[in-house]
Design a protein around this ligand. Structure first.
Ligand code: FES
Ligand code: FES
Length: 185
């Protein structure tokens, strides 16, 4: 008997479980868009170069066009449809709106998912390729425009809205810092 080329998987997306049968070659991106109607996540290059398909898997940025759906089983997946907090936009979403961090909007879901993770990665002290002092005792580097551009460099914007995108990330990061300081006080 020929080996089966499909499997039944249960994907945990935005806190909801979805069970579906998928061909083993199905990417997470295609499962989201074509099978589960979660079309917020966009397909740009379909080869891991543009970032339009970025989602969060266990809180880490993942280009869903390079992730097989079967490999995502049992992992916590967050798409742009799931980043809002209850009925309120996520601060990153609000900052993109307030500062016009988009033009056509096609790259925006991926930009927003990336930005959510960038802010958390930076707050956790992760260095980037442009961080001067990477010693652990140096603490998180200032989230300068250069740091933001480097950390967001996996997300391309063909409209060239990079300036307001970087400003939106900076604003949301500042709000997150203020919120963390108030919670700790
Ligand atoms: S569509 Fe996945 S990186 Fe471009
Ligand atoms: S807003 Fe159009 S591609 Fe980024």
């Amino acid at each position: 008997m020929a080996p089966s080329t499909s499997s039944t998987v249960t994907l945990n997306i935005n806190g909801e479980k979805h069970t579906l049968s998928v061909d083993h070659r199905t990417t997470l991106l295609d499962a989201l868009r074509e099978r589960l109607d979660l079309t917020g996540t966009k397909k740009g290059c379909d080869q891991g170069q543009c970032g339009a398909c970025t989602v969060l898997v266990e809180g880490r940025r993942t280009v869903s066009c390079l992730q097989l759906a079967v490999a995502a089983e049992g992992r916590e997946i967050t798409t742009v449809e799931g980043v809002a907090e209850g009925g309120r936009l996520h601060p990153v979403q609000q900052a993109f709106l307030d500062l016009d961090g988009f033009q056509c909007g096609y790259c925006t879901p991926g930009q927003i998912c990336s930005a959510v993770a960038v802010i958390e990665e930076h707050a956790a002290g992760w260095p980037s390729a442009v961080t001067d002092d990477v010693r652990p005792e140096a603490g998180p580097p200032p989230l300068t425009p250069e740091e933001i551009r480097e950390r967001m460099s996996g997300n391309l914007c063909r409209c060239g809205a990079y300036t307001p995108i970087a400003e939106a990330v900076a604003r949301a990061a500042a709000q997150a810092r203020t919120g963390a300081e108030e919670a700790a006080a």
